[in-house]
Design a protein around this ligand. Sequence first.
Ligand SMILES: NC(=O)c1ccc[n+]([C@@H]2O[C@H](COP(=O)([O-])OP(=O)(O)OC[C@H]3O[C@@H](n4cnc5c(N)ncnc54)[C@H](OP(=O)(O)O)[C@@H]3O)[C@@H](O)[C@H]2O)c1
Length: 224
Amino acid sequence: MRIAVLGTGVVGRTIGTKLVGLGHDVRMGSRTADNERAAAWARDAGPNASHGTHRDAAAFGEAVFNCTTGSGSLEALEQAGRENLAGKILVDIANPLDFSQGVPPSFTVCNTDCLGEQIQRAFPDTHVVKTLNTVNASVMVDPSLVPGDHVLFVSGNDAASKAQVTSWLEDWFGWKRDNVIDLGDITTARATEMLLALWVRLYGLFGSPRFNFNVVRGQIGVVE
Ligand SMILES: NC(=O)c1ccc[n+]([C@@H]2O[C@H](COP(=O)([O-])OP(=O)(O)OC[C@H]3O[C@@H](n4cnc5c(N)ncnc54)[C@H](OP(=O)(O)O)[C@@H]3O)[C@@H](O)[C@H]2O)c1
């Protein structure tokens, strides 16, 4: 597949490298065409890797990964161009965290709205699927770094797009299908974005990002 990865940080580079390794053609997008991190990544990742502006990348990709900083995601996606995002799946990994006052961060949007919803509202012709935002970049593409069962969540309005992304999570990144929980429509991304409040605290406690959440269920169908 031709895939756009918007973002030159550790998430964009980790996802991009994994996808290139699987034989996909990946174009990394940045705010500028000559971003040094993107150029170095493309050089190291090999002939199936390229880079350009967000617009270049989004026009190239059959699917798009949003790996930009949460407070800049809407701006980055505007730069990508709605015509280049229309009809495509947008895997939204970004979290709306504001570190301007230090750690722990606050949310730029939360409670009654979230970044995933803001993106879906701004780009109604794009199929936004929020996922992977609750784990560290290395765990995203290699869940075996955390032993045992642990979960990912998917949120989105389009059932077919969520099913497609779930297949990608399994086939490309190695997540067990039973460990991918479809939470519902894009409003459910409020919960996974706000889960970062706990994630950041656990990171501070453990001193390592190689952990994840699990959900353990009792008897199904019992209502109390
Ligand atoms: N780090 C993790 O393990 C992890 C885990 C889960 C979720 N996430 C989420 O994934 C996203 C990427 O995280 P990251 O750590 O890889 O990198 P990051 O430093 O949060 O984001 C880097 C990217 O954001 C872009 N950016 C920054 N300010 C911008 C603005 N005002 N307008 C448009 N674009 C802007 C940068 O653009 P340029 O390329 O032009 O400089 C760069 O491509 C974040 O939303 C983060 O919350 C991260």
